[in-house]
Design a protein around this ligand. Structure first.
Ligand code: ZN
Ligand code: ZN
Ligand code: FE
Length: 759
């Protein structure tokens, strides 16, 4: 019996060929829980078979465990693959989708091959998986491929154990499989080669919506500033960077600096967007990633993308097929209705998508991959969480929402859902959650939610409570740190540094620059950045200048009008003097909420230094601040001192902002000061952590929260802590941002469950 990701990855044919090679008889079948193998033959051959089973497993397989029992000989003469068996209550991990493999790509581009330019070719090593699966076990009748009957040629491949399409469930060809066509925005099909037509349209500055693996994407010529600007207007996405698809790694190198680890990240089967250092001479429309020194690149993930990129012969913007912040469109009719106003034409097909999945986003830091957005190609691979625990549903945070379904030590972290604000997104969440609970046979008796009473996810937890599930509330920053603990199997006390935008503290104030001493069950707040007022609450995240006004007012530098030295390149983003005056006054009144948000500290500094006064997408000002700091960051930037005092230990960050403001007012370069700010904050945070390590004897530090996606900050803090002998842990498999919250919630929910042990 083999458990793990062993279905839909060519495992049975692999077993078949292995048995044949070793001259063994018997059978293999999928059950919804595992792959079951019965073999018969001489003991030496059986041993050799067993050893090869794990060593030579196919590329997409992930084996969690193999168990073996002796059974009476059946006397079979041959080895057979038998019908799948569904066992009630059993489930198993499912492979995520995988990008087109090299063998399939060769066929796709070979004029002599019968699948030349067929946009749906795939094999047991590549192609759609989770996005087409409706039920387990993974067999064609339980996928959206059910609608297509294989032709004789495809059927022969499917039945031939020596063929690489043996039991490839989505196997298809032009004669029998899904069909692609180009439609205008009224839905009428255009005559001709759909991909060639779409490519010509793109080269002409048009916008094309295409139905990819997990849903629709929007494409345009990445070198055409007018096309990019049109896409931004129509999609209502003023500045958030677009990802760009390039045909191969060589094409990627023309746009970005790429290390070996980064090339491997681009080429992995998940084909995520990889955030890369952009080359100064990159031939790219400025509107693709305004003001940033990074660019998100991805390689083609499906045959359709391969063909489109080759026909267009240039890099293409490839972004989610939605209006800003909505879920991506999935079905043809839905795309016509929702994307008809954005795209000039749509590439449609008739292979159904069971699960809606956005592109994943990663970054390589210090040679190691970090997840920024975990979706297509990664979910639903489980994260191992050791120990026995009840079945748990963790509903996540409000922004960048994900959920986690935990059972049998496997945390199935769901895909990136997004902001739970619109009815469409809530529907997407409900639909995805239902699928996970059904496929992984989970009926949670414990539901974990944030402390925040107004989150839509909290309402979801309450609905479960009404059905009899126990509800556990976990503080936001404790959950951030617990997500790191879950990934690294850490148990017992750690020093947790959780820096992010905002999470509710148990005292009712807004937390976000926290140092916790915590374990998997509870936490103590032992340090934080100094609190200031957040005038206008959530509005401060979009209007960072409000935080500048608040920090200046808090340090006796309040003014009736916008200080003239704040003018700079971003001067157009500054408010009118009247607004500045009102906000300055508000920030010293009791009406504005008290906040220790590190994200808002970055907003304040970005504004004070004249880098950015507003954010059109989450953390824009902080991201721009990091970009200018990196450009100015020569070796030997000197930190300004930050006072640490009290218990909990308070970092005097307002004094730091004041010192930066005074230097800026005296004419020091904003970019240089941005680098000084990063260095000063890193040194102060590390110093606070080291003081707490000394007091508590804890030598393990865990860093999490969206602010640590700032690599300048996170790398420096980690280096400083390691220099002082601490072990430093960060998120890898799940995002450090709120996308990782549900995993942390699940761990705390499991650890605090009565009568259960988490090892
Ligand atoms: Zn393939
Ligand atoms: Zn066929
Ligand atoms: Fe957070």
């Amino acid at each position: 019996m083999v458990r793990g990701v062993v279905q839909g990855v060519g495992f049975r044919p692999f077993v078949f060929c292995l048995a044949e090679r070793h001259g063994l008889s018997g059978e293999v079948c999928n059950t919804s829980g595992a792959v079951l193998i019965e073999i018969e033959g001489p003991p030496g051959a059986v041993d050799a078979f067993s050893m090869a089973l794990e060593r030579e497993a196919p590329p997409l397989a992930r084996i969690d465990g193999i168990t073996a029992d002796d059974i009476p000989a059946a006397g079979d003469a041959t080895f057979r693959i038998v019908e799948s068996r569904s066992v009630a209550g059993e489930y198993q991990p499912i492979s995520p989708d995988a990008g087109t493999c090299d063998a399939c790509l060769r066929e796709l581009l070979d004029p002599a091959d019968r699948r030349h330019r067929y946009p749906f070719l795939n094999c047991t090593d590549c192609g759609p998986r989770f996005t087409i699966i409706e039920e387990l076990p993974y067999d064609r009748p339980l996928t959206t491929m059910r609608a297509f009957t294989m032709c004789a040629l495809c059927q022969a491949e499917y039945e031939d154990p020596r063929n690489r399409r043996f039991h490839a469930q989505p196997n298809a060809c032009r004669l029998c499989g899904p069909r692609l066509w180009l439609a205008d925005t009224a839905g009428s099909e255009r005559a001709g080669d759909a991909i060639a037509l779409a490519a010509a349209l793109l080269c002409d500055g048009g916008i094309v919506a295409l139905r990819g693996m997990g849903g629709f994407q929007l494409a345009c010529d990445a070198g055409d500033e007018a096309a990019v600007a049109r896409l931004r207007t129509r999609k209502r996405r003023p500045a958030k960077p677009f990802a760009v698809m390039v045909v191969d790694v060589a094409a990627a190198r023309l746009l970005c600096e790429i290390s070996d680890a980064e090339a491997a990240a681009l080429l992995q089967p998940a084909r995520p967007v990889v955030l890369l250092r952009r080359r100064a001479d990159a031939p790219m429309a400025p509107g693709v990633a305004p003001g940033l020194d990074e660019l998100g690149l991805l390689l083609p993930s499906t045959p359709l993308h391969h063909l489109l990129l080759r026909d267009a012969g240039r890099p293409l913007v490839m972004t989610s097929g939605n209006l800003s912040e909505e879920p991506i469109a999935r079905d043809n009719d839905e795309a016509l209705a929702r994307l008809g106003g954005i795209a000039d034409a749509l590439l449609l097909h008739d292979r159904g998508i069971a699960a809606r999945y956005d592109d994943s986003v990663v970054r390589v830091v210090g040679g190691e991959q970090r997840m920024i957005r975990r979706a297509r190609g990664f979910a639903p691979l489980p994260v191992a969480v050791a120990g026995r625990a009840p079945q748990i549903l963790a509903v996540g945070a409000h922004l960048k929402n994900t959920f986690t379904v935990l059972r049998d030590g496997r945390a199935f972290v769901g895909p990136h859902i997004g902001e739970l604000d619109s009815p469409l997104t809530l529907e997407h969440q409900a639909e995805t959650l239902r699928a996970y609970l059904r496929l992984f046979r989970c009926a949670p008796d414990r539901v974990v939610a944030d402390l925040h009473p107004d989150y839509a996810s909290t309402a979801l937890a309450e609905a479960w409570w009404e059905q009899g599930a126990a509800v556990v509330r976990v503080q936001h920053h404790h959950a951030h740190i617990a997500s790191v603990m879950a990934e690294h199997a850490l148990r017992g006390p750690v020093l947790g540094i959780a820096f992010d935008g905002v999470g509710l503290g148990p005292d009712g104030t807004l937390w976000g620059g926290e140092i916790l001493v915590c374990d998997e069950r509870g936490y103590e707040r032992r340090g934080h950045i100094a609190s200031v007022r957040q005038p206008g609450g959530d509005a401060c995240a979009r209007e960072g200048w409000r935080m500048a006004a608040a920090y200046l007012a808090a340090t006796g530098r309040g003014s009736e009008s916008v200080p003239r030295w704040m003018d700079g390149e971003a001067a157009g983003e500054l408010p009118a003097d009247r607004s500045w005056r009102l906000v300055s006054r508000l920030s010293v009144s009791d009406i504005a909420p008290v906040s220790t948000s590190a994200g808002r500290l970055f907003d304040a500094v970005a504004s004070v230094l004249g880098v950015a006064h507003r954010s059109s997408y989450e953390a824009e000002a902080a991201i721009r601040l990091e970009a200018v700091a990196r450009a100015a960051h020569a070796a030997g930037v000197e930190a300004l001192p930050v006072t640490l005092a009290g218990d909990p230990l308070v970092l005097d960050t307002p004094a730091l902002v004041a010192a930066l403001a005074d230097r800026r007012a005296a004419g020091v370069d904003g970019a240089e000061l941005a680098a000084v700010f990063h260095e000063s904050l890193a040194v102060a945070v590390a110093e606070a952590c080291i003081q707490l390590a000394r007091q508590t004897g804890i030598r393990r530090a865990a860093l999490s929260g969206g602010v640590f996606q700032n690599t300048l900050l996170s790398t420096r803090v980690a280096d400083l802590l390691r220099e002082r002998g601490l072990d430093v842990y960060t998120n890898r498999a799940v995002p450090a941002n709120d996308g990782g919250i549900s995993l942390g919630q699940a761990l705390v929910g499991a650890a605090t469950a009565p009568h259960e042990e988490v090892a």
